[in-house]
Design a protein around this ligand. Structure first.
Ligand SMILES: [Zn+2]
Length: 531
């Protein structure tokens, strides 16, 4: 599977891929110190703001109001919306209906999940150009590219051609500043296969082919990521940077432990030379790992054809894991490579401009797959995270949870009926929703949003990392499945705050949101500010 949320053949699905980037251990100390500096600045800033407010109206209420006034209330928006609807008009709507104070502008991606207009096959919203950009969407960088920052990578040609010379930051920043809005560059690791030199950054699949996804341990990709954030940090007066990777390691991928299509076992990644070298340095035998994955691939292929092993699916999988501990070692190798990528990006941005806020989009699979959730150790990534956008999309969450259950119900848990399997997941993930047949049509409730927010809040206890749950506003679902309403968005928004959110990010992109549902969030935000 590969990155971003996207819709294929009328169904929402994900692709995954994985990757690791290497940053070298030398970056690990610096970011932690930088983080402490930054969090100190933030705390002092908030205290200063609160002190000012208290001077005017003394009391705890004043301090709470000041903290709420400063809370980061963001919305994700792609470049095409500003072109289609005009910068001032778009900002009017986002401020008035959405009550936001921060723009998460999709400055780079090749994915339709966060850029472009509404995805084809989904109803067009009640604003923007009333036509799909099927023939014109291409993706890439929606800002000008300064080649000085890309000397250390062979990937140098990635300017999005869709909107001509339009530079979204150049167009939006002055107007945003004037309104007191903050702007964060938002990008994800979703690429196309038809880009110049991209083959030199791509991951290797188990079967030996190049993947569409890029390898974190490949210096060409790592240097490109660092060049990209340095370009934005130096060239533009932005307030922060958020990056996201919607992928996981080969073990979870092979088991299909995610929403969307189950994927093909032989296409999991990454087995490139850089990853093998990194594995050897950590005492992991790449050949043993490959053997283990080949065995696992046979297991998965047979499981999907309902060929039950003599000892059942779960026991047989455990037998493989015990025989090949490299399966889990390879999974963790991927996760560590992702964490190193976070650390490297964090260090680069702080080196350029310490005041910029740096954070990460944490994939929705965090709510479904306990293995992936285990890999999202918030205390481990907090030192390199000024904020975390934890995806807690409730409406599309029902459909996605059902897809996940369907996938793992044909591999690891092949012996467990779907409803029991879902019940087990509700138990271990600590939320409780409707039955399997219902959730695609009902979505998940605001209680799910509350519980997931609270869990992340508690998981960040003691860290200065801000929790910004991602709120679902009209994220595409299949025809006939549940759709957002103003009330459902309103309730989910308040539930996130009740769970301890420091702010939130309205998702995925303005060009797919209906205005009434955006206003549902805006109303809730205003209620929270006044409560
Ligand atoms: Zn690799």
């Amino acid at each position: 599977m590969r990155g971003a949320e996207r819709v294929e053949r009328g169904r929402v699905c994900w692709d995954a891929s994985d990757e690791p980037d290497d940053c070298g251990n030398e970056t690990h100390g610096t970011p932690a110190e930088q983080w402490r500096d930054t969090s100190m600045e933030r705390r002092e800033f908030l205290q200063g703001t609160a002190a000012t407010a208290m001077a005017a109206a003394p009391g705890a209420r004043a301090m709470a109001d000041a903290v709420k006034a400063e809370a980061m209330i963001g919305v994700q928006v792609g470049a095409v919306s500003f072109v289609d609807e005009g910068v001032e008009q778009t900002l009017d709507v986002l401020q008035q209906d959405g009550a936001v104070n921060t723009l998460f502008v999709a400055t780079f991606t090749y994915g339709r999940g966060i850029a472009g207009r509404q995805v084809p096959g989904q109803p067009l919203p009640d604003h923007g150009k009333q036509q799909y950009d099927t023939g014109t969407f291409y993706g890439g960088s929606y800002t000008k590219v300064d080649p000085r920052y890309f000397r250390d990578t062979v990937f140098q040609s990635f300017r999005a051609p869709d909107l001509g010379d339009f530079d979204v930051l150049e167009a939006v920043l002055p107007a945003a500043r004037k309104r007191g809005l903050k702007t964060v560059c938002w990008f994800e690791d979703v690429f196309r296969k038809d880009l110049p030199n991209i083959d030199q950054l791509q991951e290797k699949e188990l079967g030996g082919s190049n993947a569409a996804t890029l390898c974190f341990n490949n210096p060409n990709y790592r240097n490109w990521l660092l060049g990209m954030v340095e370009d934005w940090a130096r060239t533009y007066d932005v307030d922060g940077i958020m990056w996201g990777s919607e992928r996981q390691g080969a073990f979870s991928n092979m088991l299909g432990a995610h929403a969307g299509g189950p994927g093909q076992p032989m296409r999991v990644t990454c087995f490139c030379d850089y990853c093998q070298e990194r594995a050897r340095k950590q005492g992991i035998n790449p050949e043993r790992a490959r053997q283990g994955f080949m065995e696992l691939a046979k297991f998965v292929e047979a499981s999907r054809q309902s060929q039950r092993p003599v000892d059942g699916y779960y026991v047989t999988l455990w037998r493989l894991m015990l025989k090949y501990p490299e399966l889990l070692a390879w999974e963790m190798l991927w996760t560590e490579s992702l964490r190193d990528t976070y650390a490297a990006i964090y260090a680069k941005v702080k080196e350029v401009k310490p005041a910029l806020q740096v954070g990460w989009h944490i994939w929705h699979t965090n709510s479904f797959n306990p293995i992936y959730r285990a890999e999202q150790d918030l205390t481990a990534i907090a030192p390199w995270s000024d904020f975390l956008k934890i995806v807690i999309y409730n409406n599309c969450g029902g459909e996605r949870m059902a897809e996940y259950i369907g996938n793992v119900g044909h591999t690891i848990y092949g012996d467990v009926p779907g409803d029991e399997l879902l019940e087990f997941h509700y138990r271990v993930l600590n939320y409780r929703e409707k039955e399997l047949a219902e959730i695609p049509f009902t979505g998940l409730s605001s209680d799910y949003v509350y519980r997931e927010s609270k869990r992340a809040h508690d998981g960040l206890a003691g860290a200065k990392t801000l929790l910004l749950p991602g709120i679902d506003i009209d994220i595409p679902t299949a025809q006939g499945h549940s759709k957002c309403t103003p009330q459902s968005v309103h309730d989910a928004t308040l539930a996130a705050f009740r769970g301890g959110a420091d702010g939130l990010i309205l998702s995925r992109k303005y060009s797919e949101m209906r205005l009434a549902n955006l206003k549902g969030a805006g109303d809730a935000i205003r209620e929270w500010r006044q409560a």
